[in-house]
Design a protein around this ligand. Sequence first.
Ligand SMILES: *Cc1c(COP(=O)(O)O)cnc(C)c1O
Length: 398
Amino acid sequence: MRTEDYIQLEDQYGAHNYHPLDVVIARAEGVWVWDVEDKKYLDCLSAYSALNQGHRHPRVIRALIEQAEKITLTSRAFRNDQLPLLAKELCELTGYEMMLPMNSGAEAVETALKAARLWGYKVKGIPADQAEIIVCSNNFHGRTITIISFTSEPLYKDGFGPATPGFKIIPFGDAAALEAAITPNTAAFMVEPVQGEAGVVVPPEGYLKEVREICDRHNVLLIADEIQSGLGRCGQLFACDWEAVKPDLITIGKALSAGMLPVSAVVGKREILGLFEPGSHGSTFGGSPLACAVAREALKVLVDEKLPERAQELGAYFMDELRAINSPHVKEVRGKGLLIGVELKPEAGGARPFCEELQRRGILAKETHKTVIRFAPPLIISKEDLDWALSQIRAVLA
Ligand SMILES: *Cc1c(COP(=O)(O)O)cnc(C)c1O
């Protein structure tokens, strides 16, 4: 079968809830992928940062296979010999007291929202069913009915109502707006330290610190959604580390499994995650021995290969070089670590044609919000491969 045949089948039998580039990928290694015609591409999306450790990292593959040969799933009705170790290692790495394992990122976000409401009622004393959670405009936290209830993007929510109540939207990067929106019923403020899907939007310096102080002053929980920005992507373990801010809860996912399976978690304080009682929340696959064995190794690779440090160094270099490109089309280059957005001018005709030209030249990147090209290669990328990518990007943007 050829590229067109796969595309035809997918379009005929699969719902059209994505608009992918027309490349049909069949195999991968490290930062490279090959399509069904055996054409090679550099992956500059990393599955939205789920592949920080690169494709098929040999250590994680080995952990996956070894665990698959022992046991894959117990359900949480029984205990298994991997979850306790992941829980300890994840808490020690992140500096938190407890974790709760789930699968997708959206489930981790839902879990954090449930935890915040529970804390609001049981600890803060908010009257029953009155808890409010504040979020930011242009947020992306996932696709469940509740999460899209507080998106500001019509495409994500139109046609899916009625919305879940209990959420307030304020502008991103505006600490004063947070303080003004807080009421006695506010349980939490949830924020992406760098907004990924919004087009790689970095808040003003000091924003997270200020937000932390405001939350403390008003007894409001701070939830950081680090599903995309965390686990090294932005040049620190967590993007919040840039301002030495410690949220009360952090959602993680994506690279937690090095791109092997859906594995997510909430890490946080005992006084919050400790409020869940048996039966109050759960997941059949969350905390499976297969997921935990993979996540344990994925985290060890992150530390052993110093991926946050690599992202910091290479990201600074990449961003400098992108900014130095003399292009009539570029409005702004922004980002943190190796999460970089190149925003094109409105008259450039959208980011999609640029992504298609990059694809012809062997680079896979994806537009986000029509006018932004996101560059987020695996954090294991070498300087040589990055330089090759830059030569192609220069040719396309100039
Ligand atoms: C991708 C993403 C999610 C959702 O993760 P899924 O695994 O797709 O459900 C949530 N928050 C952020 C910031 C993300 O980038």
